[in-house]
Design a protein around this ligand. Sequence first.
Ligand code: FAD
Length: 345
Amino acid sequence: MREVDYIIVGDGYAALFFAHQLIKAGKEFVLYSEGKKGASQVSAGIVNPVVLKKFTTFWLAQEQIDALKDTLTEIATYTGKNYLVEESIHRIFHDEKERELWLKKAQTEDLSPFLNIDFKSLDKVHNPFGAGKVNQSARLDVDRFFADMLSYLKEQGHLIEKRFDYSKLDAAKSTYAALVYRSIVFCEGMGVVNNPYFAQIPVVPNKGHHLKVILSTPLNNSYTLKKKHFLFPMNSESYYYGGTYDRHQLEDGTDDSATEELVKGLEELYPHAFEVEEVNFGFRPTVKDRRPILGSNILYPNLYVFNGLGARGILNGNYFAKTLVNHIEAGVPLPDEVNLKRFQP
Ligand SMILES: Cc1cc2nc3c(=O)[nH]c(=O)nc-3n(C[C@H](O)[C@H](O)[C@H](O)COP(=O)(O)OP(=O)(O)OC[C@H]3O[C@@H](n4cnc5c(N)ncnc54)[C@H](O)[C@@H]3O)c2cc1C
C-alpha cells in the first residue's frame, strides 16, 4: 500500500489550486483526472472584481485578486511561466444611462478602485457610448495553465489519469485501491452528483457555451471587450466569444439556441465578417447564495468537498483552496459563509 497525505479528485480550478497549496506545503498527494474537459478548461479565464451587469463588487474581491497574483507568482517558480495576462476588461456601454451609472458608482468607496472613469472609444467594434475600463481586471491563459500544470503534476508523479472509482473507496479504513490516505478532497465540479458522499450538496448546473471565432479584421488591441459577452484574442488567429448562461438545457452536447445567441451578440458588437471555428460548453457548479461550498462528510470527516465555485472559478478556486488547506492542516475554522454546514439542519 502507498501512503499519501491527500487524494484530490478532479482536475479543474478547485483541484489545481488545491494541489498548488499541497506543493507549497510539501505534502504527499495524488490527483485523479478522468481526462474530460470540465467547466474550467472551457472557461474564458476572466479575472474580474466587478459584476458587470449592475456595476457592483462582491465579497472579498480585492483580497481574492491579491491572493491570485501571489499564487500565480508562486506557480511560475516551478512551471516557469506566469499565466496572468494583464489585459483589462473594457465594458462597452449600452446607452447613456449606463455611463452615468458607472460614473456614480466610481465615486463609491467599494467601486472606486475598480471603475476607471477615463472612457474610451474603441475601433472596429460598435460602441457609440464608449467603454469603461475595469481596473485590476485581467485574464488567465487558460490553455497554457492547464497544459503546464497537468504536465508538471505528471512529471512529479502526482497525476493519475483515471476516473476515481467511488466503489474502490473504503472510507472506514481510509483506503482507496492500493492507497492509504489521510484526507480526500473532492473537486469534481458538477461531477459531484455521482459522489455517494456528497451527491446531496446543493450545487446547481448552469450551462455555458463559448465560440472560438476568426475575425476578418483583427482588433487593434488585446483588451477583453464586454458587451453581452466577452470577446478577446486567444492567440494570433482565434478569438474567444462567450459565455452564455442557461439553467434549463442540461443535456450533454452543444445547444443551437446558445450558438445563435452568441452569433447574434457578436454580430451586434463586431460589424464585420467572422467565422465560427468551434463551439464549446461546460457546466458551472453554482450555489443559490453564490458562495462556494467547503466542508466534510458527517460520517467520515477526512472526506472533504470543495465545490460551488460558480461563475468565478479562478478567484474562488484560488482563494478558498488556501482556506481549506488551513482548515485541514491547522484547524482554522471554515468561514460560515462557505461552510457546508450552512445547508445542514
Ligand atoms: C463558458 C464558461 C465560461 C466561464 N468563464 C469563466 C471566467 O472567465 N472566469 C472564471 O473565473 N470562471 C469562469 N467560468 C466558471 C468556472 O469555469 C467554474 O467556476 C469552474 O470551472 C469550476 O471549477 P471546478 O474545479 O469546481 O469544476 P470543473 O472545472 O468542472 O472540474 C471538475 C473536474 O473533475 C473531473 N471529475 C469529476 N469527477 C471525477 C472523478 N470521479 N474522477 C476523476 N475526475 C473527475 C471532471 O472531469 C472535471 O474536469 C466559466 C464557465 C463556463 C462554463
